[in-house]
Design a protein around this ligand. Structure first.
Ligand code: ATP
Length: 267
């Protein structure tokens, strides 16, 4: 897809606090075996500040997942830097990067990714247990309480609705107070009522914990809960704007959808 970069791609709000996550000129090429290479990221720079919820949007193939994977340290970009506070992920060994990721980065996926055989409480505690940390039962109860599910601690994923499973996944992702949270289409598998609950929770946790949250979404209604929308096209930041109105405002969703489809927009 050819995209014309909008003239006003500068961030709409200046935030002079130190960012929790900074992406500097990220470039990445996928090199599948037996097929031509594909440039997925073509020079992306972003700063995520404490307490901010950023929606990343853009057409299919624009680089959203690749960006999330590189920013979360799941993939290594070909060039550019991913700075978690003042630590450059690229300067770490694989082992140290994994350890740092466990402590400082939370990830929520579209498909929840809970372990079916474990209870909600066991799912929440799992990453901390894998990191060989002591996990007090009271901390797990408090984490489930934060997402409104303290009374479901003993339930397995199949005994919970999709929205409840995603809330458990959010409790799990935030259990170590990670600083940076990535959400990959967190409401893609939910109906609109459950989506609104999950997005309200994401926003509340982002604010309350001073977390920097980056959410990939195709859905303007989901993006209307964010502070800012970053639109990718052809692996670049094509547009960037603050979300108008109160969180989750249907009018804002309309404005976002219009901006994506306007002439020169990303769709
Ligand atoms: N493993 C891979 N091997 C080869 N090419 C890939 C691979 N993963 C992604 N790509 C290509 O890189 C580009 C960016 O893909 P990416 O999945 O990041 O886009 P996206 O915006 O997340 O798309 P979607 O909205 O469809 O999930 C696309 O052209 C895609 O085909």
């Amino acid at each position: 897809m050819r995209c014309t970069t909008r003239p006003d791609t500068a961030p709409t709000t200046g935030d002079h606090r130190a960012p929790l996550l900074e992406l500097v000129d990220l470039r990445h090429v996928h090199r599948p075996r037996g097929a031509p290479p594909v440039r997925a990221l073509d020079g992306i720079s972003l700063r995520l500040h404490p307490g901010s919820l950023t929606a990343v949007m853009g057409p299919s193939g624009s680089g959203k997942s690749t960006l999330l994977h590189c920013a979360a340290g799941l993939d290594t970009p070909e060039s550019g830097r991913v700075l978690l506070g003042d630590v450059d992920l690229g300067s770490l060994s694989e082992r140290r990067r994994t350890l740092l990721r466990r402590e400082r980065i939370g990830i929520v996926f579209q498909a929840f990714n809970l372990v079916a055989s474990l209870t909600a409480a066991q799912n929440v505690a799992l990453p901390a247990r894998l990191a060989r940390r002591r996990v007090p039962a009271s901390a797990v109860t408090a984490a489930l309480d934060e997402v409104g599910l303290a009374d479901r601690a003993g339930h397995r994923p199949a005994q919970l609705s999709g929205g409840q499973q995603q809330r458990v996944a959010i409790a799990r992702a935030l259990f170590t107070r990670p600083g940076v949270l990535f959400a990959d289409e967190p409401t893609g598998a939910l109906d609109s009522a459950s989506s609104a609950e999950v997005l309200q929770l994401l926003r509340r946790c982002t604010r309350a914990g001073g977390t920097a949250t980056l959410m990939v979404t195709h859905d303007p209604a989901a993006a209307s809960w964010a502070d800012e929308v970053v639109v990718l096209c052809d692996g670049r930041v094509h547009d960037r704007f603050g979300v108008p109105g109160p969180p989750g405002d249907p009018e804002a969703a309309t404005v976002i959808a219009r901006r994506l489809t306007a002439p020169g927009g990303a769709r």
